[in-house]
Design a protein around this ligand. Structure first.
Ligand code: DAT
Ligand code: MG
Length: 151
């Protein structure tokens, strides 16, 4: 049985600002294994499915417009407690509340430009991975350093 997997995204502002390497570096350095990674334009229908829970809220249309406004990097990350670890690394949704040391706390200022997404539960991760990745885009592999990261 593989370790927990989560869905993360470098949002359009992160790609436009040249922060893909910086953000992926942080996840890798933490010990998370990249098992899926692709640069893509998110189709509007996919963005709407992703953020269906927010439909009807005042920020929903702006959120969907933002996600489809430029390429994103979609990631599937694997590791012990990957969902919670990525949420903690991403930091608070409102970047002005995000602790320094988190991605948003170091690299973002505005809620509508908060550079990253991370699934909020194992169930959300499964749902989001299913809509963003096909099975053959997820690569099973074992990094040589694996046993130095996880007992
Ligand atoms: P998160 O991305 O931390 O999981 P969320 O799921 O509550 O946060 O919201 C999804 C995105 O929607 C969030 O990254 C930024 C935007 N958003 C959330 N609440 C907002 C608000 N009150 N005003 C504007 N944008 C908001
Ligand atoms: Mg969320």
């Amino acid at each position: 049985m593989s370790a927990e997997r989560t869905f993360a995204m470098v949002k359009p502002d992160g790609v436009q600002r040249g922060l893909v390497g910086e953000i992926v570096r942080r996840y890798e350095a933490r010990g998370l294994k990249v098992v899926g990674l692709k640069l893509m334009h998110v189709p509007r229908s996919l963005a709407e499915a992703h953020y269906a829970e927010h439909k009807g809220k005042p920020f929903y249309n702006g959120l969907v417009d933002y996600i489809v406004s430029g390429p994103v990097v979609a990631l599937c990350l694997e590791g012990k407690n990957a969902v919670a670890v990525v949420r903690a690394m991403n930091g608070a949704t409102k970047p002005w509340d995000a602790t320094p040391g988190t991605i948003r706390g170091d690299l973002a200022l505005d809620i509508g430009r908060n550079v990253v997404h991370g699934s909020d539960s194992v169930e959300s991760a499964k749902r989001e991975l299913d809509i963003y990745f096909s099975k053959d885009e997820i690569v099973d592999w074992t990094p040589v350093a694996h046993k130095w990261v996880t007992e």
